[in-house]
Design a protein around this ligand. Structure first.
Ligand SMILES: [Zn+2]
Length: 457
C-alpha cells in the first residue's frame, strides 16, 4: 500500500574541515541515496552561503538543504541513512567541525526564514537556533557540539526565492585526492569565452589565474558558477579534465548575490557584520605595511577605518586615489580591533557616489619670463625668482586637479571575492526564484554519478 507523500527538507552544515571534507560532497551523496529511496526533488540541492565574517569559520561558511517529496513510511529510513552518511563523511576528528542535520516536514515557517536571513546577514547564537528548532518541530541530529545547528536551520529557511545563481560542482575520484587537479586551463579559457556572461568568476584576468579549481585536499575537482542550471551544465561539457570525475551535482545558491550586505551606519557596524555604509571619506588614504590601503570613513554617527587588503590587487589603487570629502558607499565585513589596528571594514566593494572637486592653489607665473613667482609675504604680492619683476597685486591661482576616479562602482578582481560577492557581470541579471516548489526535477537534471564509482547503498 502506498503511504502518504510528505514534503521534507533536510539541512546540514559544518561537516567539513580545513583539512579536507566538503559539505557539498556530502549533499551530493545524500541526494543520490534519497533518489534511491524514491525521493522526488522539489528543487536543486541548495547551497546557502552564510555570513562570511563569523570568526569560527575558516572555510566558505556554506550550508546545504535538500527539498523533496517522500512516502511517509520511508522517512525514518531516509533520516537514518543520512545520519549514517554524516557520521561516515564528516571530519569528526577536527575540533572545529560540529556537524548537524535538521529535518523539517512541511514548508519553512516565517520564523525559520527570519533565522536564515539573520544567519546570512549577521550572527545567530546556537541557543537561538535550538529554540527555533524546538518551536518549529525541526528534528535535529548533532554529532558533537550543537554549533552546526545554526547553518543546518538557516539552510532549511533560506528558500532562495529572491536572487540566486547555480554552481555545478564536479568531484574527484578517491584515488586522485591530494594530487594536483588535472583540469586543462586553456579549455577553461575557451569555456569562459563561450559562456560568459551566463557563467562568471571562471578566471581572474588580472592574475592570469583559473578560479574554478580549488587547491586544497577536498574532493572538489572544479565548480562552475552561472545564471542558470543549463548554463553551468553546458559549461562543464566544455572543460577538459585528465582525471576521472566521480560525480557532479548542480546546486542552486545565493552565491554572487550580495545577500549578506545590509545597509548600516558606522554606529551599528558591529564586529563580524557584513555592512553597506554611505559616508564621506574623512582622511587621505594611506598604504600600511603589508601593502594594505586604509582610510577613515565618516557618516555622522561616527568614524571607522576601511581597508582594501593586499589580495584585492589593483582595487587598492582605486582606494588610494580617494580624497577627503568624496561621498562613497563602502561594502564589506567588520573586522574586530587587533593589537595594532582599530575596528576596520574589510572592503569588498566601493561605490563612488560623488567625487569632491580637488582644488589646489598655485602661485601665478611671471608675465615677462614665464617663471613661477614667489610670495613676498602675506598681502605683499609676488616677485619673480628669475628676473626680479614684482607683482604687488597678483593673487594665487586656483586650479581644479583632474581626478583619476569616476563616479561608479568598483569591485576587486574575482580572485578576492567572497562567495556571496555579486560580480560586475551579474548587475542587471538579478532574478527571483519565485515561490517553491519548482517544477518537479528529474535527478538527471542535477546529479550524475560515474557508474564505476557507484557506492554500495
Ligand atoms: Zn620673470
Amino acid at each position: 500500500m502506498m503511504g502518504r507523500e510528505l514534503t521534507v527538507h533536510v539541512g546540514f552544515d559544518d561537516t567539513d574541515s580545513a583539512r579536507g571534507g566538503c559539505t557539498t560532497y556530502l549533499a551530493s551523496l545524500a541526494a543520490e541515496r534519497l533518489v534511491e529511496l524514491g525521493a522526488r526533488f522539489l528543487d536543486y540541492p541548495n547551497l546557502v552561503r552564510l555570513n562570511p565574517n563569523v570568526p569560527w569559520k575558516t572555510r566558505g561558511n556554506g550550508a546545504l538543504c535538500l527539498r523533496f517529496k517522500l512516502e511517509d513510511d520511508r522517512l525514518g529510513e531516509a533520516v537514518e541513512v543520512l545520519v549514517k552518511l554524516l557520521e561516515k563523511e564528516a571530519v569528526l576528528e577536527d575540533p572545529y567541525t560540529n556537524p548537524a542535520l535538521a529535518v523539517l516536514v512541511g514548508w519553512p515557517s516565517v520564523e525559520l526564514r527570519r533565522l536564515a536571513m539573520k544567519a546570512v546577514t549577521g550572527i545567530v547564537k546556537v541557543e537561538e537556533a535550538l529554540k527555533v528548532a524546538e518551536e518549529e518541530g525541526v528534528e535535529l541530529h548533532c554529532l558533537k557540539e550543537a554549533r552546526g545547528v545554526v547553518g543546518a536551520l538557516a539552510a532549511l529557511g533560506e528558500t532562495l526565492e529572491g536572487d540566486h545563481t547555480y554552481e555545478l560542482i564536479a568531484y574527484r575520484a578517491p584515488q586522485s585526492l591530494g594530487s594536483p587537479r588535472k583540469v586543462d586551463a586553456s579549455s577553461v579559457v575557451e569555456m569562459d569565452r563561450l559562456t560568459r556572461p551566463l557563467t562568471f568568476n571562471n578566471l581572474d584576468f588580472e592574475a592570469f589565474r583559473v578560479l574554478i579549481t580549488p587547491h586544497g585536499p577536498d574532493p572538489v575537482l572544479y565548480g562552475v558558477r552561472g545564471e542558470t542550471a543549463e548554463a553551468v551544465r553546458h559549461a562543464s561539457t566544455l572543460i577538459k579534465v585528465e582525471e576521472p570525475v566521480e560525480r557532479w551535482t548542480i546546486f542552486r545558491t545565493n552565491q554572487g548575490t550580495d545577500a549578506h550586505l545590509k545597509p548600516a551606519t558606522v554606529a551599528d557596524a558591529h564586529e563580524h557584520l557584513p555592512v553597506a555604509i554611505k559616508g564621506t571619506v574623512a582622511s587621505k588614504p594611506r598604504t600600511i605595511p603589508g601593502g594594505h590601503v586604509v582610510f577613515t570613513l565618516s557618516d555622522g554617527t561616527g568614524n571607522i577605518d576601511c581597508a582594501a587588503y593586499e589580495p584585492t590587487g589593483s582595487f587598492r589603487k582605486i582606494v588610494l586615489a580617494l580624497q577627503p570629502g568624496d561621498e562613497v558607499v563602502v561594502y564589506g565585513g567588520v573586522r574586530p580591533p587587533g593589537p595594532s589596528n582599530p575596528k576596520t571594514i574589510n572592503l569588498e566593494k566601493l561605490l563612488i557616489v560623488k567625487l569632491t572637486s580637488l582644488r589646489i592653489a598655485i602661485n601665478p607665473t611671471c608675465k615677462r619670463c614665464g617663471a613661477k613667482l614667489e610670495s613676498m609675504g602675506k598681502g605683499k604680492g609676488y616677485r619673480c625668482r628669475k628676473c626680479g619683476e614684482q607683482y604687488p597685486h597678483a593673487k594665487k591661482t586656483w586650479i581644479t586637479k583632474p581626478r583619476k576616479l569616476v563616479e561608479t562602482l568598483y569591485i576587486p578582481p574575482p580572485r578576492a571575492h567572497r562567495h556571496l560577492t555579486k560580480p560586475y557581470s551579474r548587475y542587471g541579471r538579478e532574478k527571483t526564484g519565485g515561490p517553491l516548489p519548482l517544477a518537479p526535477l528529474s535527478p538527471s537534471q542535477f546529479l550524475w554519478v560515474n557508474p564505476s564509482f557507484k557506492k554500495a547503498p
